[in-house]
Design a protein around this ligand. Structure first.
Ligand code: NAD
Length: 324
């Protein structure tokens, strides 16, 4: 039976112009939702949104602007909110911590505060991160691990995550929290991230500079699986009354930075050309997540293997690099 849950559902996505936001917006439009987006940048030249942008009510603005957020929520009365807008790059947050705290912490409390006592809001999904956990020895990380970020981006996500919980616990706002491992796929315009950077270098024959010692361990999960996870989570929140919970999303297939780089060059049919510069500071050495709870409670599971996801991603970037 076709799922009618999203038909005409009013959905607010913060950060709809970003990597995850644009995928989520596109997927929700396909399901018949009415999408409102707020982002401080609109009309990004590299985006998978393309023509579907026309079907989104796009608001250019900052989530740290409380009056703007109140106005958007009062005017559009969204039933579901996906709060994704954030400074999502660790290095940028290190360079400008106050700016990152404003976007990631103040922006989150604005969304949560504006959602208080709004009967029309059925679900608010807050994007936290694996980084909200900080460093733990016990691997893989489960949702029970404490939140103890120790550097600007990580701390901003620990704070946003705890704020989300308190708005559920104290004010009954219908919130859930996502904590994803590293997401990769078509449409990521952040070439400071390993996957787009390695693909770019493989395509252009530039030497890839690996910031870490190449031995850091992470999980990498394909964007299509994450979009499904967000959509399934919001549906389950409304249909089953699951609120106040955090969910890890991961393909549970951790790999080293160098291991992933080799895979990317192999998939792109290129000879490995990289230099390990070992300059990464303030980064966790080994981090990967258990997605057992998402599998058990939401019925979610990743369907894209790393090889398949990388092939799709590489093919997309090849097309983009031919155009620019
Ligand atoms: N990509 C990943 O690997 C990953 C992993 C875990 C968690 N996350 C989280 O998921 C969310 C989306 O990540 P992404 O990879 O799509 O990042 P992204 O940078 O591609 O998208 C974020 C969007 O938010 C917008 N934005 C930033 N600050 C804003 C502000 N103050 N007001 C309005 N808009 C603002 C940006 O312009 C951008 O379009 C973020 O909250 C990120 O922390 C991402």
């Amino acid at each position: 039976m076709p799922n009618k849950f999203w038909e005409n559902k009013k959905v607010l996505i913060t950060g709809h112009e970003g990597f995850l936001g644009s995928w989520l917006a596109r997927a929700l439009l396909k399901r018949g939702a009415a999408v409102i987006g707020v982002d401080k940048v609109i009309n990004r030249p590299i985006s998978i949104l393309e023509d579907s942008r026309r079907n989104i009510i796009c608001v250019k603005g900052d989530v740290a602007d409380m009056r703007l957020i109140n106005r958007i929520i009062a005017r559009h009365k969204p039933e579901v909110i996906f709060h994704l807008a954030a400074e999502a790059i660790v290095g940028e947050a290190n360079k400008k911590p106050v700016k990152a705290f404003k976007s990631n912490i103040e922006g989150t409390w604005n969304i949560l505060e504006a959602s208080r006592n709004k009967k029309f809001i059925e679900a608010v999904v807050i994007a936290s991160s694996d980084k909200a956990y900080g460093a733990h020895k016990k691997l893989p990380y489960t949702e029970e691990a404490s939140l103890k970020g120790a550097h600007p981006y990580d701390v901003s996500k620990s704070c946003a995550d705890l704020l989300a919980y308190t708005y559920f616990n104290t004010y009954n706002v219908p919130v859930c929290i996502t904590r994803c491992g590293n997401i990769y796929g078509e449409g990521d315009f952040h070439f400071s991230r390993l996957v787009p950077d390695a693909i770019r270098c493989a395509i252009t024959n530039e030497t890839l500079l690996i910031r870490s010692d190449g031995k850091f361990i992470r999980d990498y999960v394909y964007i299509g699986d994450i979009v499904n996870g967000y959509i399934m989570l919001a549906e389950r929140m409304v249909k089953k009354g699951i609120y106040g919970e955090a969910f890890n999303f991961s393909n549970e297939d951790p790999i080293s930075v160098l291991g992933l780089t080799k895979k990317i060059y192999r998939s792109a049919n290129k000879k490995l050309n990289c230099k390990v510069i070992n300059k990464a500071r303030y980064e966790i050495k080994k981090q990967y997540l258990s997605a057992k709870k998402a599998r058990r409670v939401l019925g979610w599971k990743p369907v894209y293997s790393l090889d398949r996801g990388l092939t799709l991603t590489i093919n997309w970037y090849k097309k983009i690099f031919r155009q620019i």
